[in-house]
Design a protein around this ligand. Structure first.
Ligand SMILES: Nc1ncnc2c1ncn2[C@@H]1O[C@H](COP(=O)(O)OP(=O)(O)O)[C@@H](O)[C@H]1O
Ligand SMILES: [Mg+2]
Length: 259
């Protein structure tokens, strides 16, 4: 895809001179970037460069870390995510997250997916059934689990558990999906399934994925952000970043000279 195509897209989340600190330490430094709506944005860079910190800032998961604070703006649909009047619970239902290690609740498969919808609204059993089926179908897990919805989710394989976590995130109808190295604990086959899913969900959701796997970023994303030591070094259409990087640091990283 061309750079023009990427930058013509509607911005869904914009970081404007956005920094995140742990106490005095500025882990994300005054970054500016525009995450395009209903496309896949990959965030790459060596360990410790601020990828997870930035991703967690988007749904205010960093609020849970003592001493962590931000500066600058992070604009989502015209409003600053860190504005005073923001309802954090509502924000998190709009911006779902999938983590590195699949973390299903020790409950049934059904209850895992129904958990969020039950919290947010009063639904009849048939409405819930429908949400559970749709979410599991969207996460490409329905066929494997439809006959054992009442079994404990802890009995699923790693790849199935990660797809369940995706279904759980989708069940509350988010607009944005954040994924922090969602396949790093999975085998190649399970990884391929998650990658296929990401490509399928693109177009319906705005997706931001942190990955240390550059081939994965190249396979699934439209735009890629390269972070280094808290700075956003380069943000480009994925094809361009991997074939014609503008910055020497990007080139060194993608050619495996460090990281
Ligand atoms: N909870 C925390 N408390 C203090 N410092 C942290 C915390 N989490 C991350 N950091 C620091 O912030 C920097 C960025 O970390 P992180 O966002 O986890 O990087 P990445 O995801 O790119 O590996 C690192 O220097 C890391 O040590
Ligand atoms: Mg990380």
């Amino acid at each position: 895809m061309t750079r023009e195509k990427a930058i013509n897209k509607k911005t869904h989340i914009a970081a404007e001179d956005f920094s995140v600190y742990y106490g005095e330490h500025e882990a994300v430094r005054k970054i500016n970037l525009a995450i395009p709506e209903r496309e896949v944005t990959a965030i790459i860079g060596p360990s410790g460069c601020g990828k997870s910190t930035f991703l967690r800032a988007i749904n205010r998961m960093n609020d849970l870390i003592p001493g962590c604070h931000s500066k600058g703006k992070l604009i989502f649909e015209g409003r600053n995510i860190y504005g005073k009047d923001v309802d954090v619970a509502a924000l998190r239902s709009c911006i779902g997250m999938v983590f590195q290690k699949p973390n299903p609740f020790p409950k049934s498969i059904y209850d895992n997916v129904a958990y969020g919808p039950r919290l947010h609204s009063k639904l009849s059993r048939s409405e819930l059934d429908e949400i559970v089926e749709k979410s599991l179908t969207a996460a490409a897990l329905w066929d494997e689990v439809k006959d054992r919805l009442n079994r404990n989710a802890l009995g699923l394989s790693g790849g199935q558990a990660q797809r369940l976590c995706l279904a759980r995130a989708l069940a509350v109808k988010p607009k944005i999906l954040l994924m922090d190295e969602p396949t790093s604990a999975l085998d190649p086959k399970a990884t391929a399934r998650i990658e296929e899913l990401i490509v399928k969900l693109r177009g319906s959701y705005t997706i931001a994925i942190v990955t240390h796997n550059m081939q994965q970023a190249a396979r699934v994303s439209d735009v890629t952000a390269f972070f280094y030591e808290g700075d956003l070094v380069e943000f480009e259409a994925t094809d361009q970043l991997f074939t014609r990087p503008k910055e020497k640091q990007t080139e060194d990283y993608i050619t495996g000279r460090f990281g």
